[in-house]
Design a protein around this ligand. Structure first.
Ligand SMILES: [Zn+2]
Length: 297
């Protein structure tokens, strides 16, 4: 329970690796929680400097020369659309996908001293005092980007250290996060989208490789219906113009009205809770009770 002395709105902190991750993971959840008065803050660990430009219309020398600034602006716009109250940068460089030259850069998130990254996030947690934290899963077999793996490791450590008054006293009084979630990408979503595309006579971007991935649907504890936030999710994705083409068959193969209703869920694994919960659940705030500020539920 959120105790009586904990004033102000319910607070959520989401930790992501690169600009655009916030729009593809948990975006609808954040949009709907911000509608309910929850203060949502985004931590972006890297500047996404190494990401390819995936939209041919944006693949110009001008954009490439200024990619870090362009991606910051894209993120600011997406965060505004989704209702994030604030965007915080953890201050690291994009590590790139395995095998890239950029892997060696000393300023990379993946190369940075682990304790330093944890300390930066602990300071944010103790200042923001989130009830709910969203991060990436412990198992990421489908898309093992070094920065995504590190987001998980750093978040888990920071949540634990933030609650320990014996550690990092300079970072403020201890704070115990009530609920910690991993955002999941389900096979059920891929199958539902694939089947609907075929039913409508459209081409599916999903091939056999997708269906034989090591999926973790059995770990999903929490399914949030975000159909009502579909337009904002789409607009936030499109705000990342260098990363997401408006005609992307992966993101936008279905007509909008269909896409909004086919498997309209964002799914999570509740990894840790200090409040009583009944699983499965449909609301990240289940079990929390705000006595002041935003209403919950
Ligand atoms: Zn990413």
């Amino acid at each position: 329970m959120i105790d009586d002395e904990d004033e102000g709105p319910v607070r959520l902190l989401s930790v992501h690796a690169h600009p655009d991750d916030e729009s593809s993971k948990g975006a609808g959840t954040v949009a709907l929680l911000s509608d309910r008065g929850v203060r949502c803050v985004l931590v972006c660990c890297t500047g996404g400097e190494v990401g390819d430009i995936l939209n041919p219309a944006m693949d110009t020398d001008e954009v490439k020369a200024d990619i870090a600034a362009v991606r910051r602006r894209e993120l600011a716009r997406a965060a505004e659309i989704l209702g994030y109250a604030e965007v915080l940068w953890l201050g690291y460089r994009d590590s790139g996908m395995p095998g890239m030259e950029e892997n060696e850069h000393p300023g990379n998130f993946a190369n940075a001293p682990f304790d330093d990254a944890v300390a930066r996030l602990v300071a944010i947690i103790r200042r923001e005092r989130p009830h709910v934290v969203l991060t990436y899963p412990d198992i990421q077999d489908g898309y093992a980007h070094p920065d995504h793996l590190r987001v998980h490791d750093v978040t888990i450590a920071a949540v634990r250290v933030a609650a320990d008054s014996a550690q990092l006293s300079w970072a403020g009084p201890r704070w115990d996060v009530s609920k910690l979630y991993y955002s999941m990408w389900s096979r059920a979503r891929v199958v539902a989208t694939h089947d609907k595309l075929l039913e409508l006579g459209l081409e599916s971007p999903y091939d056999e490789v997708w269906f034989t991935r090591p999926w973790q649907d059995f770990r999903i504890t929490t399914s949030v219906d975000v159909g009502a936030a579909y337009d904002r999710k789409k607009a936030a994705l499109l705000a990342h113009a260098t990363q997401i083409a408006p005609d992307s068959p992966f993101w936008f193969a279905l007509p909008d009205d269909v896409a909004a209703t086919v498997h309209p869920f964002e799914e999570y694994h509740l990894a840790r809770s200090t409040v009583p919960v009944e699983l499965p659940e449909t609301d990240l705030l289940a079990g929390l009770r705000a006595t002041t500020g935003a209403t919950v539920g």
